[in-house]
Ligand binder design. Structure first.
Ligand SMILES: Cc1cc2nc3c(=O)[nH]c(=O)nc-3n(C[C@H](O)[C@H](O)[C@H](O)COP(=O)(O)O)c2cc1C
Length: 201
């Protein structure tokens, strides 16, 4: 069974980007995958702040990340970059901890102007963690979600983009599992390893 970990990096409750990530998780579950979502509320703040890898919650989190076939990282845009909370959640992951995993980034910003956060902020950190390949991410602007009494409701257009991203991730994982869709022939992804090789000449 496909096993996917979602890391939601907003300190907000409720959170727009966590709502988007929840939708992707739900779609993946519909397609038969197992998902686990981690956000800042899953941890003792001191353990997270000091990257205490002996803390039971962080150990369990790292074990789930290690077992995952894919990682979805979700962050609000803060000061034109990803949030500090997302960084706290990524820092305990060991070097190359995302090796052999596919990554899907999701970002939510107040304006569409920071769309490239997906490329200039999230792609490098996912590459540094060794992600095998990084799918084209989804950028959500705040106005694409409406506030409800209990949280946020996602609009139709963004719902369709999130559905497409979840399907793309699932298709890619099934392809890898069956070795029927090798990573190098897949058109919808940016292959981090290939990019690094090209950059290195
Ligand atoms: C401290 C802070 C910094 C922000 N910086 C940006 C920014 O640089 N660019 C942007 O488009 N939105 C910025 N925003 C708006 C959030 O990215 C946006 O409201 C996002 O949808 C919040 O997601 P959340 O509800 O999951 O936390 C900022 C918000 C805060 C609180």
């Amino acid at each position: 069974m496909l096993n996917i970990v979602l890391i939601a990096g907003s300190p907000g409750i409720p959170s727009r980007v966590a709502t988007a990530a929840d939708h992707v998780a739900w779609r993946l579950q519909e397609q038969g995958a197992t998902t686990a979502t981690f956000d800042v509320n899953a941890f003792d703040p001191a353990a997270l702040l000091y990257a205490d890898t002996e803390s039971p919650a962080i150990r369990q989190y790292l074990a789930r990340v290690a077992e995952a076939d894919a990682i979805v990282i979700a962050t609000p845009v803060y000061q034109s970059s990803f949030s500090g909370v997302l960084k706290l959640l990524l820092d305990p992951i060991p070097q190359n901890g995302l090796r052999n995993k596919i990554a899907l980034p999701i970002a939510s910003g107040g304006s569409p102007n920071h769309l490239l956060v997906l490329d200039y902020a999230l792609t490098p950190v996912l590459s540094a963690l060794g992600a095998d390949s990084i799918l084209n991410g989804v950028y959500v602007t705040s106005s694409e979600l409406s506030r409800t009494e209990t949280g946020y409701r996602i609009g139709e257009a963004i719902r369709a983009r999130l559905d497409d991203a979840a399907t793309e991730l699932h298709t890619r994982l099934v392809g890898v599992a069956n070795a029927a869709t090798p990573a190098s022939t897949y058109r919808g992804a940016r292959d981090a390893a290939t990019l690094i090789r090209r950059a290195a000449g």
